[in-house]
Design a binder for this molecule. Sequence first.
Ligand code: FE2
Length: 161
Amino acid sequence: MIAAIKQAAVDRFPLTISGIHGLAHWERVLENGVYLAKHSGGDVLICSLFAFLHDCCRESEGSDPEHGARAAEFAKTLRGGILKLEDERFELLRYACEHHEKGRLSEDPTIGACWDADRLDLGRVGRRPNRRFLSTERARRSSVIDWGYRRSRGHPAKLKG
Ligand SMILES: [Fe+2]
């Protein structure tokens, strides 16, 4: 299912796929999200789907308000087809996509992992992640922020533990 969603997101994306909100970013958000969900007790599949869907309806590389809402709407259109999720899990994905751009925190282990996964990749736009805007305990660790930041700047990085 993830491969089909990834392809649908690539097909939907109206901007340059090699750009700052494109595929390389989605792949790092996937790696971040899987790691964080395993530690937060979040839903790894939802974090994986979020990685490919959350930015795929952007219409600009700038702030582009409402691109989260458009991603949530796009996810709805995939439901029942290539996106097969029970109501409760779909709602997590929908909510995470819709609100990811609003700078909020979440105590939900899945939604928090999704948003942190995205924010750990802020180095690609020259911003170091701020732990005050990270929801999960694991993402707030200096070693994890460094891991995300280095990768987001194009440097290889390994995380121990
Ligand atoms: Fe993103």
